[in-house]
Every structure is written in C-alpha cells, then in structure tokens.
Design a protein. Structure first.
Length: 327
C-alpha cells in the first residue's frame, strides 16, 4: 500500500519549547529532529517537515497567518495533506483564517501541545500522530480546516481554548467535536454543513475588537473611529446587548460607514434581535449593527478582515458577513 505524502509545517509554540532554568519555557530546536525521526509518524505516512517559524503564538500577526495560508496553498499541490504545528494561544485564530481563505479540498490540520517538551506526560507527540492519522483518512477530505487535539477532531470554526493549562483545553462548545482519533481508527461522528470561505488575495488589518464590561462608555469605540478603523467587532453581553452609555458612539461609527458587528462574550449561543431597550440587540440592529450569530470575537474580526480584503465595500461586507460568499 502506497503511503500518502504529508507535509508538516512548524510555526513554534509550546509544542516546540523546552524548560530552561534561567529563562523559563522558551523556543527550542528539537521538534524538527523529533519529527524527522519519529517511527510512529513514518509508519503512517511519508513525512516531510518545513519550518515556517519558531515563535510563541502570541507573537503571530494576522499578516503572518495570511502569509502562512498562502504557503499552504502553494505547497499542498505536491502533498496529500498538510499538518501545521502551532502555539495554543492563537491557534483558533490562525486555523480559522486558514479555513476562510484556503482553496484546497485536501485535509489541512492544526495541532499543538499544552505541555512543553520538558514536562511530564507531554502531549505534543501524541497530538501530532493523531493529526497525521486524521490527515490520511479518506473522510477528512473537503471538511475544511480541522484541529486535532487530545484525540479529538474539531472544526476551525467551532474550536476555542477553554482553559489556560489543562490538556483538554480545546473544545467546540456550540456543536461538539467532529470526530475522534481512536487507537484502531479515525471515526467521524457528524457532518459539517456550513463553510465560511472568503477567497481573497489580501486582508484589511484595521479592524478592532472591543469586549464589553458593565458601565463601559463609548471611549473605545471613539478611539477606533479616530484611528480609521474600517470595522469594529463588539463582544457584548448575552444575546448581544451593551450598556446604554455605549450606544451614541456605536451610532456614530455606523453613521460614518464603519461596519459594526456585535457578538456575545458568552461562551455559547447566538446573538439575536431580542431586546428592544436602549443598547439591546434589537435596538442595535435597528441602528445598522450586524448581529454576528454564534461567532466569537477574534474570529469575527478575522472574517471582517477577509471580507474587506475581498470586497473593499462596506455594504458588501455587511451583505456577506452572516451568509455564504458568492465566489
């Protein structure tokens, strides 16, 4: 049986770090050597390794994420699938941006580790093997970008980091996992019915994200206006509600042609035009604010970056923010 060709692209993160007594947990070069000499990988697929970066994931920018996606689109032509190792802090954002912009139907899978190479019970090697096993599985084709962590398969759209340190930190709170990587086989448990593709050659980076807290006024929205933001994502209370003291600034932004999207800071659920009081979701919608369904703030920001990169026109961004983009 001919083995499938899998390219592993490394970007850094805890999965490629070691503890040093003087500096703490910091980037290390051992991961590349491990991947090139790891029998549990070579028994599953023909492996090649490419180092894109070796950085902590809080250092990665949307520009670098987008450049990485372009690299994946270029390289995957020569492979059956691509695995990307990444730091956990911003993994959900990089994976989701790839899900937006990649054109390939081949499996692209992100994985990571919650423990460094110096920790007891390190999870990185097992997660990488699980990702490769999922990548060579026939049912992984045309499922969008996936994330394999802790023997679970998640969609890039759904996954969030829910804990700062536990192995089972990554969850899909709204709809659950897509499948599992068991010792004997990969099992998919549900189908992915919707995709968020926005195929674009560039991004608009001047998009802001503001999280609401009790008693906030409009100063942060006004700061975004002053600094020329094309769009603003607001992580609001509950179903999509904000303090009344923010409303005038939000209205100013909308009236100036800035696209304002409201999502919820709650862990699960959708925003709805339910509450009609000042600052309620229905009131905001009537002012021209977009209600961003079940999206989380960081991913809503990336979606707006991609939509502005593709269309430039705020009306087109509004039209397609919560619908399928016509390619």
């Amino acid at each position: 049986m001919i083995k499938k060709k899998v390219l592993i692209i490394t970007t850094g993160g805890t999965i490629s770090m070691q503890y040093h007594s003087e500096h703490g947990v910091v980037p290390d070069d051992n991961l590349i050597q491990l991947l090139n000499n790891f029998p549990q990988l070579t028994s599953v697929a023909e492996i090649e390794v490419l180092e894109y970066a070796n950085m902590p994931s809080p250092h990665i920018t949307p520009k670098q994420m987008f450049e990485l996606a372009k690299l994946v689109d270029e390289k995957i032509e020569y492979y059956d699938s691509v695995i990307i190792t990444h730091g956990t802090d911003s993994l959900e954002e990089t994976a989701y941006l790839h899900d937006l912009v990649l054109k390939t139907r081949k499996p692209v899978i992100f994985t990571a580790a919650m423990r460094s190479g110096s920790d007891l019970g390190l999870d990185g090697p097992r997660n990488i093997v699980g990702a490769v096993r999922a990548a060579v599985h026939e049912e992984s084709i045309d499922k969008g970008v996936l994330v394999v962590m802790n023997d679970e398969i998640h969609t890039a759209h759904d996954i969030v980091k829910s804990d700062t340190g536990k192995l089972e930190s990554f969850v899909s709170p709204n709809y659950g996992i897509l499948g599992i990587v068991d010792p004997d086989k990969v099992v998919y448990q549900r189908q992915l019915l919707t995709r968020d593709n926005v195929w674009t050659d560039e991004l608009e980076y001047n998009i802001d994200l503001i999280t609401v807290a009790a008693g906030m006024d409009g100063r942060y929205v006004d700061c975004s206006i002053k600094n020329g933001a094309r769009g603003i994502v607001i992580e609001a209370f509950g179903r999509g509600n904000v303090p009344p003291t923010m409303v005038e600034a939000i209205k100013r932004a909308v009236d100036m042609g800035i696209v304002v999207v409201v999502v919820s800071r709650a862990f699960k659920g959708r925003v709805l035009p339910e509450y009609g009081y000042e600052g309620g979701g229905l009131h905001l919608q009537r002012l021209g604010v977009i209600l961003g369904e079940d999206m989380k703030g960081p991913k809503a920001r990336l979606r707006m970056m991609a939509l502005f990169g593709k269309f430039k026109d705020p009306q087109q961004v509004k039209k397609y923010f919560t619908s399928v983009v016509e390619e």
